[in-house]
Design a binder for this molecule. Sequence first.
Ligand SMILES: C[S@@+](CC[C@H](N)C(=O)[O-])C[C@H]1O[C@@H](n2cnc3c(N)ncnc32)[C@H](O)[C@@H]1O
Length: 202
Amino acid sequence: METQITQGDLEQITAGIRNKYSGVAESPEGQFKYPTGRAGLEALKYDAALIDNLPDEVSASYCGVGNPFSLGAIRSGDVVLDIGCGAGVDTILAAMMTGPEGRVVGVDIVPEMLQRAENNLKRVDLKNVTFQSATGEHLPFPDDYFDVVLSNGVINLIPDKDAAMREIMRVLKAGGRLMIADQVMAGGTPKSLKDRISSWFQ
Ligand SMILES: C[S@@+](CC[C@H](N)C(=O)[O-])C[C@H]1O[C@@H](n2cnc3c(N)ncnc32)[C@H](O)[C@@H]1O
């Protein structure tokens, strides 16, 4: 039975993710089995007062799978990292919560998603947000740097989950908080490696 994931398989997974999410950057509508955009934010019970502050073009680009803010508070002055920020909706919401004393960085591997995040940022009046290109497996930040690491619908897409968790624990300050929303596959993975790879980014 095929079990080993090769370098070629990893390249296929990454190429598939880039291909899928360059389209999602234009609009996530109809690309997932769950509600996206404003309907997704409402279904996941994001704070209504905060989502009312989002321009329609910003909330429309949301494609998270859960509400990481339901796991605890973001405090005024917190320094926050959003891994796999996509179009930056959680990043922007977190920055509203930290206030100008805090700061939020969003990272993603898909250039079109980061461009959409930059465009979204221009639509809100926030000076404490930056976006940059990076993978969750190699975070370009010092040790003990963040008060909070957020991630929404991303860890399931990362091939080397151990590396991602090591990086998260490294950049989190002692006593820092990890707020992950994600999805898991129930009922086992497809038997053949080929089917597992093609199911990765559907
Ligand atoms: C389901 S979307 C969620 C986007 C955003 N968090 C949200 O809630 O709207 C998954 C995001 O993860 C990004 N992604 C996939 N693999 C990644 C990796 N290895 N490192 C960082 N981001 C990744 C994708 O480009 C995409 O923007």
